[in-house]
Design a protein. Structure first.
Length: 335
């Protein structure tokens, strides 16, 4: 028995076949271009849980990578400014001690003449910022660590100008920097007594990478440079002999303080190494998760390209058949 098919039904069937082929071709083309499978349901077997877990882990690792990067930059900036402080202090060590050792007042005072400018540089380093956050102010990251150098020096000379000799002047400077009731503790250090928040390098691993401007070694460095400036500028009540005694004390202090500054920088160096290790570990974890994600989503480029070419041939055949069918007419047959 012969069952006829109407022209409309044939047209609809051909149109449906054409649409399906186009969709399949577009899907294959996307896979070839992106390298990703277009059918996620088929790729995951209908279970999106593992894929979502991987995506969540990658997002967390990306956020942690930014935190680690920021911590590394802040630690590096702190290291650089600590180097500036140590280098500035070093110029008032050996050379100044050599000059006072041979009792050469002109040479000693000539070396110490730049101490006031050195105090400015050290204070500037302590008030350095990274990303709008203060490096040496502890938890008070929004403000400076210490008062400006001019204010600090004015506070120091306020207690040294009345000192009748070098012993009194040295004691006054030491009171300012080291006594809890001294000017540095009460008004000179404007940061917080609490450390700045640490950075989370991994789950449960937090590193404290901040130094505070009220650290003893930093106060000793400021004390020695300030003392040399007071002596060089004559901002005390004693004689030149007293000034030489102060320069000798400042030189000895500059040499002995180097060890403390080196220890601070060494500790900061260990923190930098810890941060670098965390960065490498975080990157390795991200790579592992990306491999797992690609195992689910990545399309076989050879298979996708082969399928794309086959579908191209199918589309060409459909277009050809559609063209031939559209030209078939009864009147053309009767001719």
């Amino acid at each position: 028995m012969y069952t006829g098919v109407s022209n409309l039904a044939s047209h609809m069937q051909m149109s449906r076949t054409n649409t399906q082929a186009k969709l399949a071709l577009n899907s294959a083309g996307q896979e070839v271009a992106s390298g990703r499978k277009s059918d996620l349901v088929k790729a995951t077997g209908g279970d999106f849980g593992p894929l979502f877990a991987i995506e969540r882990s990658l997002t967390q690792l990306d956020m942690r990578a930014q935190t680690i990067k920021n911590a590394s930059a802040k630690a590096a900036a702190s290291q650089l400014n600590m180097e500036n402080i140590q280098t500035t202090l070093a110029s008032y060590g050996t050379d100044l001690l050599g000059a006072v050792g041979i009792d050469s007042q002109p040479q000693a005072f000539s070396i110490a003449n730049s101490a006031r400018g050195a105090l400015d540089r050290m204070v500037s380093s302590l008030n350095a910022q990274y990303g709008g956050q203060s490096l040496f102010a502890g938890a008070n990251i929004a403000g400076p660590a210490v008062v400006d150098a001019a204010t600090m020096y004015a506070d120091i000379t306020a207690v040294t100008l009345a000192a009748p000799d070098s012993v009194s002047a040295i004691a006054a400077i030491d009171f300012y920097f080291f006594d809890p009731a001294g000017g540095f503790a009460t008004s000179g250090f404007t940061g917080s007594a609490l450390d700045a928040p640490g950075a989370e390098l991994a789950d449960g691993e937090v590193v404290d990478y901040s130094l505070r401007g009220d650290d003893l070694s930093i106060r000793q460095a400021l004390r020695n440079v300030a003392m040399a400036a007071v002596a060089a500028n004559g901002d005390h009540g004693g004689s030149n002999f007293d000034g030489m005694n102060m320069l000798r004390e400042a030189a000895l202090g500059a040499i002995s303080t180097q060890d403390g500054l080196i220890d601070l920088r060494e500790g900061l160096g260990h923190v930098e190494q810890q941060i670098d290790t965390a960065a490498a570990r975080n990157s390795a974890e991200s790579t592992t998760y990306e491999i797992n994600r690609n195992a689910i989503l990545s399309a076989d480029p050879y298979e996708a390209a082969t399928r794309f070419q086959a579908l191209e041939g199918q589309m060409e055949a459909i277009y050809l058949m559609t063209s031939r069918l559209s030209s078939m007419r009864l009147q053309n047959y009767l001719r």
